[in-house]
Design a protein around this ligand. Structure first.
Ligand SMILES: *Cc1c(COP(=O)(O)O)cnc(C)c1O
Length: 365
């Protein structure tokens, strides 16, 4: 059985480092918000070229707390894409905000400057953009400049794009703040949940640091509203510190696999994903085909897992009932019908990649 991901293989590869970091934390006796968290925050900020990194419990909390630190309040309109798995929309709803949905480009599957402009003209005071499937949004610099000129806050969701670069700059350093997830299957993943807010603003960093811990200004003194408990624990931070130096090599291996898919899959009925070396960290290898269901079924018959990221546009999620009945984003909806994710992760072996290629080539559309 070829899985879409293989955490066991990753754990086996890094077993010694993982065991050593757990030992280190256990021996220290400091298990929450201690030196390991500080060390990881400093090294991740340095890796990105950002001034501050504040870790939190997961990527969805990172989005929510970053939005609050950006001044977003109940009733505000927050623009987001609708093809990124509902994570941002969940955070937006948790604050009591109203999501305004932007369409994506059909080829890149990420948001465009034109759509950001449309959302801002329609009243959005805050914009969340998602670097999806590992692709840095090609127009991120132009979007950041536009938002800054308009006084609109910009949050980059980088949960799928750790390390991706545009003009030599890593994603997460263009907007006012950025959110990351360290869910185990992300390009930089812990062995449990984790997330972070990254920013160049000392004020935003300070706000998030308080919002993740009850709104405290100092111990037991609650200053900020809208806070919660959302901390990364020391063991996850220690493990992430071990994994971070291997992020680039993991991304390079993802590229190797993607190159083989591009070169060796011979199917005229499918379209390969875009993205060159710097701008794309190959988080997911997402192909497009109008006959995607038939391909998925064919692969399933050969014991090869594939996945649809994501099948339901946010505004069509059942939680909304009829609230967004009028919403219609042409590319988002067409993509939901045509996309299919093939297995692509650093520990995937050459023989496994070959088996996927052979299986896809054996499909008769
Ligand atoms: C995984 C993911 C998140 C949420 O991260 P969690 O740590 O699972 O809460 C947010 N946005 C995107 C694009 C993601 O892929």
């Amino acid at each position: 059985m070829q899985q879409i991901n293989n955490l066991n293989a990753k754990i086996a590869k890094f077993r010694d480092q993982i065991d050593a970091s757990i030992q280190r934390v256990v021996s220290s006796g400091w298990v929450v918000l201690g030196p390991e968290v500080k060390r990881f925050e400093a090294s991740f900020a340095e890796y990105l070229g950002a001034a501050h990194c504040i870790t939190v419990a997961n990527g969805t909390d990172a989005i929510e707390l970053a939005l609050k630190a950006l001044g977003v309040e109940k009733g505000d309109i927050v623009a987001t894409v609708a093809n990124a798995g509902m994570y941002t929309t969940t955070s937006v709803l948790a604050i009591g905000c109203v999501p305004a949905f932007m369409d994506v480009d059909f080829d890149t599957q990420v948001v465009t400057l034109a759509e950001v402009k449309r959302a801002v003209d329609a009243g959005a005071k805050t914009v969340v953009v998602t670097h999806l499937y590992g692709l840095a949004i090609p127009e991120i610099q132009e979007i950041a400049t536009f938002c800054a000129d308009k006084g609109v806050a910009l949050l980059e969701d980088c949960a799928q794009a750790h390390g991706a670069r545009v003009h030599g700059k890593r994603v997460g350093t263009f907007g006012d703040a950025a959110s990351f997830s360290f869910y185990p299957t992300k390009n930089l993943g812990a062995l449990g949940d984790g997330g972070a807010v990254v920013t160049n603003s000392a004020t935003i960093a300070q706000q998030v640091a308080q919002l993740r811990q009850y709104g405290w200004s100092s111990k037991y003194c609650v200053e900020l509203a809208g806070a919660r408990n959302s901390r990364l624990d020391e063991m996850q931070a220690a493990i992430l510190s071990e994994f971070l130096p291997h992020l680039d090599e993991g991304n390079a291996r993802r590229h190797q696999i993607a190159e083989r898919y591009r070169n060796e899959i011979q199917q005229t009925d499918l379209v390969h994903p875009q993205g060159d070396n710097d701008a794309w960290v190959a988080h997911l290898y997402v192909i497009k085909s109008p006959k995607r269901d038939s391909l998925q079924q064919h692969l399933r018959g050969l014991q090869i897992a594939s996945e649809v990221h994501y099948p339901i546009p946010d505004y069509q999620q059942p939680v909304f009932k009829n609230v967004h009945a009028d919403a219609h984003l042409a590319n988002t909806e067409r993509l939901a019908q045509e996309i299919l994710t093939l297995p692509c992760y650093p520990e995937m072996e050459d023989a496994e990649v070959s088996a996927v290629i052979k299986a896809v080539n054996g499909w008769v559309a």
